[in-house]
Ligand binder design. Sequence first.
Ligand SMILES: NC(=O)c1ccc[n+]([C@@H]2O[C@H](COP(=O)([O-])OP(=O)(O)OC[C@H]3O[C@@H](n4cnc5c(N)ncnc54)[C@H](OP(=O)(O)O)[C@@H]3O)[C@@H](O)[C@H]2O)c1
Length: 261
Amino acid sequence: MRILVLGGTSFVGRAIVEDALRTGAEVTLFGRGKTGTDLFGDLTRLIGDRDTGDYAALGAGSWDAVVDASGYVPRHVDQAMDALGERAGRYLFISSHAVYQLDGVGPGSTEDAPRRPPVRDTEELTNDTYGPLKVACEDDVVARYGTWATIHAVGPATPVTLGGVVESCARAAGTEVEIVAVPLELAPPFFPLVRTNWPSQQRSPARARVAGMPATALEVTAADVLAWDRQRGEPPLDGGFTPEQEQAVLAARRPTIPAGD
Ligand SMILES: NC(=O)c1ccc[n+]([C@@H]2O[C@H](COP(=O)([O-])OP(=O)(O)OC[C@H]3O[C@@H](n4cnc5c(N)ncnc54)[C@H](OP(=O)(O)O)[C@@H]3O)[C@@H](O)[C@H]2O)c1
C-alpha cells in the first residue's frame, strides 16, 4: 500500500508512519523538512509548505491513502486535496477532540457527540478557534470524498482512574507514590491531569476496537514516553508543583478528606 503522510515526523504522525512501515506499506512524507530530519532516512521526503500553500512537490505520484497529520485550517486541507486531485484513494484527516461541544458531554461519548460550529474567518489558532477550525477541515474533507467515518482512536486499553494513571506512571518509572486527595480548588488551573471538563476527555473507543484498532496499555505508553524523554538529549520534562508548592497544598488541604478518594 502506498501512503502519503502530510507531516509524520514529530509525534502522532511519526507513530503513524512507524506503524505503516511495520505493516510493509510504502510511505512518502510531505513537510517543510524542518522537523525530525534524522528520521526515516530511507523514505522519500517531498518538500513543501502548507502555510504558504506550496504543494508543487505533490504534482506527481499517486497514493492509496493520504494521512493528513498537519492540517489545522480549512485552507490546508482544501489546497492539499486540490493538489492531489484524483491521485489519492482515501484521505485520513487527523482531527481533534476539540471539535466536540464541551457542555453536556459525559464519559463514554461517541463519534456522534455534537460538534461545535465551524469557523472559517480566521487562521489564528487559539483555544477558541482550534476546534472549530478542525470542524471546518472535517467538513471539507467529507464534502470532497463523500463516504466517510469518524473514529476515536483513543485509549487507554482499560478504563483507568486518575489515581490509576499516576500509579501506572510511577510503576513505569520504577518509583512509588503516595496519592493524597486534595480539594480541586487548591490545584492551579490546568495542573497536569486536572480538568474541570474531564468527562469530555473520556471518549468511547468502541468504534475503533470494532475497526480493529488496538489500544496500548498505559504502562507501555508511560514507559515509552519516559524512554523517549531520557534519550532525546534535552532537560527532563517537568511540570506541576515545585516541592514548596506541594507542601503548601498539603498543608492547606482539609484533613477530613480521606486519602485515595
Ligand atoms: N498532539 C496531540 O496531543 C494531539 C491531540 C489531538 C489532535 N492532534 C492533531 O494531531 C495532528 C498531528 O500532530 P503532530 O504534531 O503529532 O504531527 P506530526 O505529523 O508528527 O508532526 C507535525 C508535522 O507537520 C509538518 N509541518 C509542520 N508545519 C508544516 C507546514 N507549514 N507545511 C508542511 N508541513 C508542516 C512537520 O514537519 P516540518 O516541520 O518538517 O514541516 C511535521 O512532520 C495535528 O493535526 C493535531 O491537531 C494532536
